[in-house]
Design a protein around this ligand. Structure first.
Ligand code: ATP
Ligand code: MG
Length: 372
């Protein structure tokens, strides 16, 4: 594998008048990586991708592809290709003409184009469809045509802007797996943007979580899930129960906290500025919460309480319980244990719950220090 990354962004920025849509974003993507940019609507994902493609000019920073700055290179000369949300296939042309369009633009002759189009269609599992009209294909097949149309140009980097957005849920689930497979078969660097965390978690080698124009964290799926560095990442990636609380003690790295309703919590800090008196956001994953019929079992866990079963969302191994915490009055999301003891649990039952401080992540809260 080459040491020079396929793509490198150095403090790339984009302002629209006073508004900064992308702020000093730096990252690099090694060859052959499936890199996802995950973030909510309006956080700057498309703007960043359009700068990489060359459709938009950065207001600051540098962009390198295979170690060479491409800031002065026009979009059609950059070694990148882009798949759009609505695919932008030409409905009046047959599939072969769609896929071969870029090659013909580059001046490749008809016979060579035909050969390359047939080869790439075969690689995406659509051999022999070149003469058919685009509209004779299913949504998933069109998706593959859109990818073939880009891949035939042998880009160093393929940019994908929410390409599964227009598909129904079932097809999206299927295409997630298929896209990842295509990416590893082509061994091409993919930069994939999405606001759907499950897409990013399933497909990516690396994920950048973007919020308000900045990358909050870049890492592999497991790191983002188990070691989120910011409250935003903890809340955006995966399910989490969230408490707002205030630190009232710090003991050997364990923070003691209390919520306004009087629930005591113990957890470990992430980030700076965690002193006694600080308002914090506290997160615990549904699967970290243990349940018991008896109070004594869990009272030593560092975080414990009692709750009433509000709802049981049965989904086989992924079943969930909605518990009303008796102290806070808020609902908690708990993974339903797969043991017989809880099989006959019913709405209205009271159970004890608890979880470890090590599985409780604490971040400085939006409110900052308390006034008193
Ligand atoms: N040409 C423009 N002029 C002014 N503001 C713009 C322009 N393009 C984007 N913006 C603003 O920049 C911000 C980021 O937009 P962008 O399209 O990059 O978001 P996004 O993360 O792709 O969102 P979505 O998930 O909804 O597609 C938004 O607030 C948007 O209104
Ligand atoms: Mg967008």
């Amino acid at each position: 594998m080459s040491q020079v990354p396929d793509l490198e962004c150095r403090a790339i920025s984009k302002s629209f008048d006073e508004f900064k849509a992308v702020k000093d974003v730096s990252f690099s993507v090694p060859q052959g990586t499936f890199f996802s940019i995950l973030g909510p609507s309006g956080c700057g994902k498309t703007t960043l991708l359009r700068m990489i493609a060359g459709f938009q000019k950065p207001t600051g920073g540098d962009l390198l592809i295979k170690g060479r700055s491409v800031l002065e290179v026009p979009p059609n000369k950059r070694p990148v290709s882009m798949v759009f949300q609505h695919l932008a296939l030409f409905p009046m042309m047959n599939i072969g003409a769609n896929v071969g369009f870029g090659l013909r633009q580059r001046g490749v002759n008809r016979a060579d184009t035909k050969r390359q189009v047939e080869r790439v269609l075969e690689r995406v599992g659509l051999a022999g469809v070149a003469d058919r009209p685009v509209n004779s294909l299913s949504g998933g097949q069109k998706q593959r045509v859109a990818i073939a149309r880009c891949m035939v140009l042998e880009p160093d980097v393929l940019l994908l802007d929410e390409p599964l957005g227009a598909l129904d849920l079932k097809l999206r689930e299927h295409m997630k797996v298929e896209l990842k497979q295509l990416q590893s078969e082509f061994n091409t660097t993919f930069v994939y943007i999405t606001h759907d965390q499950s897409e990013a978690l399933v497909m990516s080698d690396q994920i950048a979580v973007m919020n308000h124009g900045v990358f909050e964290q870049v890492g592999i799926a497991k790191e983002l899930y188990y070691e989120p560095e910011t409250a935003f990442v903890a809340g955006f990636v995966g399910e989490a129960n969230r408490f707002s609380a205030r630190i009232d003690s710090i003991d050997g790295g364990i923070l003691g906290m209390v919520t306004p309703e009087g629930r005591t919590l113990r957890g470990i800090g992430a980030g700076q500025g965690l002193a006694t008196g600080t308002t914090v956001d506290v997160f615990v994953r549904p699967e970290a919460v243990r349940l018991s019929r008896r109070h004594a079992d869990l009272s030593a866990m560092g975080n414990s309480g009692q709750g009433q079963v509000r709802n049981i969302l049965f989904n086989g191994a992924n079943s969930q319980l909605i518990l009303r915490d008796q102290t806070t009055g808020a609902d908690m999301n708990v993974a339903l244990p797969q043991t017989g003891e809880f099989r006959d649990l019913a709405q209205g039952d009271t159970v004890h719950f608890g979880w470890e401080p090590q599985q409780t992540r604490v971040y400085p809260g939006a409110g900052g220090r308390h006034g008193n």
